[in-house]
Design a protein around this ligand. Structure first.
Ligand SMILES: NC(=O)c1ccc[n+]([C@@H]2O[C@H](COP(=O)([O-])OP(=O)(O)OC[C@H]3O[C@@H](n4cnc5c(N)ncnc54)[C@H](O)[C@@H]3O)[C@@H](O)[C@H]2O)c1
Length: 271
């Protein structure tokens, strides 16, 4: 299908490098006829990688730390003015835990860092939504997406306080979805993606085992980031207008599995 996003304006957060899920979403959104701005934290922009993406998508990069309201306000104002009208879609593709990054286990958390994890990975989504809502910056039937992981529902060793952040993020999806739906018919959802090899993903201890286990547990195998991007495009499009307040699994079936034949055979052999 072509031009699913023709005439739509967006803002895409979180493209750090080619491996980023947001990078893939930006490429597909461009391919499908959307115009959008790109944004990331000033410190992430120093790497300079994102400028290549901006060139490819014929757009600009606006620095914004997603935990700072002033930055979000400027980002929204500049995006509306650059794109020539209100926004139709937003991708929040942001996650970071200082505890996970610095090897602090879940039973020995640094609480200042926990607050940072929650602020960056979950509360930033509320800050973004509230900024958009106050400015009335989203068109009716607009679509706002956050990326999440199944550690919000199930326990995974090594995911640490990011699990709490994702649970909070998914709660904000539901709660803000109610208000934004009532007020402006704006839909708010999260996509719960398979483990994917990216900078954020590789920061998780034992990530290779996560990746391999999920691959063998999922009937369709792990979903690649390009496929995740395609799914996001459908959710930004008018083909999914009545989907809101949902956490949508994009995981090759992993979330509904008990055990796979592969795992059965492996443990059978060990008995
Ligand atoms: N990689 C996986 O296995 C996986 C699985 C499910 C969900 N996700 C989620 O997908 C999203 C994107 O992650 P990714 O895997 O593409 O990794 P990534 O490292 O490429 O993206 C994370 C992004 O968050 C940005 N960021 C961090 N702090 C920020 C701040 N204060 N303000 C603005 N941006 C900030 C980073 O600069 C980076 O671009 C995250 O929410 C992540 O939790 C990832």
């Amino acid at each position: 299908m072509n031009n699913l996003l023709a005439g739509k304006r967006g803002i895409i957060f979180g493209a750090l490098d080619e491996k980023s899920i947001a990078w893939q979403v930006a490429l597909k959104a461009h391919e499908q006829g959307a115009i959008f701005t790109l944004t990331n934290a000033p410190v992430a922009l120093r790497m300079g990688e994102i400028n290549k993406l901006a060139e490819q998508c014929n757009t600009i990069v606006i620095p914004a730390d997603a935990t700072l309201i002033e930055d979000l306000e400027k980002l929204v104002d500049q995006s509306v003015s650059h794109l020539g009208g209100k926004i139709d879609f937003i991708l929040h593709s942001i996650g970071m835990s200082p505890n996970v990054r610095k090897g602090k286990t879940y039973t020995d958390l640094n609480y200042d860092w926990l607050m940072k994890t929650l602020d960056i990975s979950a509360i930033s989504f509320h800050k973004l939504l509230q900024t958009l809502h106050k400015k009335d910056a989203i068109n009716e039937w607009g679509s706002i997406l956050a990326l999440t992981y199944i550690a919000a529902q199930r326990a995974f060793p090594g995911y640490g306080d990011m699990a709490d952040a994702k649970a909070t993020l998914e709660s904000i999806v539901r709660s803000f979805g109610l208000y934004y739906g009532n007020a402006k018919k704006v839909r708010v959802n999260s996509v719960s993606q398979s483990p994917t090899v990216t900078t954020a993903g590789a920061g998780i201890k034992g990530f290779d085992a996560f990746l391999g286990f999920a691959e063998k547990m999922s009937p369709l195998g792990n979903a690649p980031s390009e496929a995740c991007a395609n799914y996001c495009i459908t959710l930004f499009s008018d083909l999914t207008k009545y989907v809101t307040m949902q956490n949508l699994y994009h995981d090759g079936g992993f979330s509904n599995m008990g055990v796979s034949e592969y795992v059965m055979e492996k443990f059978g052999a060990e008995q």
